[in-house]
Design a protein around this ligand. Structure first.
Ligand code: KG4
Ligand code: ZN
Length: 347
């Protein structure tokens, strides 16, 4: 079966995503977000997210089938995020996928959310050249992966040792008074600021850190540094130049992410780099990484912003790749796994 029709379900955080693909062709990408319900708490509330998934699931499946112009019984396989993510939220998607698999008598794949973020690029730029380096930067994860085979050989080279890149964006955005989730708002605000205004620290780039944490990230020191800088201005009774703070903070994050991703490419002798996850939607990151990669002879792939954030199409894309590679489906007694290991693509 080379052009499998796969329905993908994503519920690891606050987006209920149902996508349908045929091989590497995107047919439907239906996303219902509960983000507005979390806004007043300044972060995702797991119980609220789980309930919202329950309410959105059936309508999202129906909508996706209508958009794709297919009947549910026509699908060849179901793929679902088994983890990592919020356990209660994951459970809703896993239960829905199992129900569909049983009712339709179709195979079900319980897949890794991170690998799905990488797989989504197949829908836009075709099959990923392998080996490739993938940098995954989202609200929950920041990793550099070596992808020798997307369906079964993904090796973590480094990851954040504290906050994820998106988490850092969201926390700084909050300090600057921006709405949640702050990443996209900070991206816009930073365009009006001077990125060289304040020299914020680049985490884990000192010589000893490059020895022990070569491909790892740390954003908590940067976060503290930005908070202290703002506090000092406020104590002195001075106005806080929020656009300059946003631009300088963003530059520090973008600089570290770009430097380490391209270092991994150089040292692993790999000239294909894929950038994925919500933070890959950041306009400055996209521009800087393209520019520096070109100078190094590395070819960069970044899915369009709408595919970088959580969605069901990415899960369907990975499911289709697994079917194509004849990887056996998951036994139906699988569960949600909030700490699904990064080097396992499917359960
Ligand atoms: O991949 P994603 O949708 O969900 C997770 O798996 O975490 O990523 C969401 C994260 C949030 O932290 C959000 O603020 C960040 O991605 N994000 C951005 C941008 N768009 C989304 N961060 C910076 N700039 C953006 N344009
Ligand atoms: Zn994600």
């Amino acid at each position: 079966m080379s052009q499998a029709l796969v329905l993908g379900i994503e519920t690891s955080c606050d987006e209920t995503g149902v996508g349908i693909v045929r091989g590497t062709t995107l047919l439907a990408d239906c996303v219902a977000s509960s983000v507005a319900e979390h806004e007043r708490f300044g972060g995702v509330v797991p119980e609220i997210a789980s309930r919202a998934h329950l309410e959105a699931m059936s309508p999202a499946i129906e909508r996706a089938c209508i958009d794709a112009g297919i009947a549910l019984w026509e699908i060849d396989a179901v793929a679902v995020t088994s983890g990592p993510g919020l356990i209660g939220a994951l459970l809703v998607g896993v239960a829905a996928a199992k129900a569909l698999g049983l009712a339709l008598d179709k195979p079900v794949y319980g897949v890794n959310h991170l690998a799905a973020h990488v797989a989504v690029d197949r829908l836009e730029h075709g099959k990923l050249p392998q080996p490739a380096i993938a940098m995954l930067v989202s609200g929950g994860h920041s990793s550099i992966l070596r992808v020798d085979d997307l369906t079964h050989d993904v090796v973590p080279l480094g990851a954040t040792i504290d906050d994820a890149a998106g988490e850092a964006f969201d926390k700084i955005a909050r300090l600057l008074g921006l709405a949640f989730p702050g990443g996209p708002h900070l991206d816009v605000l930073a365009r009006e600021g001077n990125r060289d205004a304040i020299a914020f620290p680049r985490g884990l780039t000192a010589a000893h850190d490059m020895r022990d944490h070569r491909y790892d990230f740390s954003f908590s020191g940067l976060k503290t540094s930005v908070a202290r800088w703002i506090e000092a201005r406020q104590r002195a009774g001075e106005a806080v130049p929020i656009a300059d703070v946003a631009a300088s903070f963003q530059e520090a994050v973008v600089d570290v992410l770009t430097t380490k991703a391209l270092l991994a490419c150089a040292e692993q002798g790999i000239n294909h780099l894929l950038v994925a996850g919500g933070v890959a939607a950041n306009s400055r990151l996209r521009a800087v990484i393209e520019q520096r990669a070109q100078a190094q002879g590395v070819l960069v792939r970044i899915p369009r912003p709408g595919l970088c954030t959580d969605n069901g199409a990415m899960v369907a894309a990975l499911g289709a790749a697994l079917v194509e590679a004849h990887i056996p489906p998951t036994a139906l007694n699988f569960g949600a796994d909030s700490s699904f290991p990064v080097d396992r693509v499917v359960r």
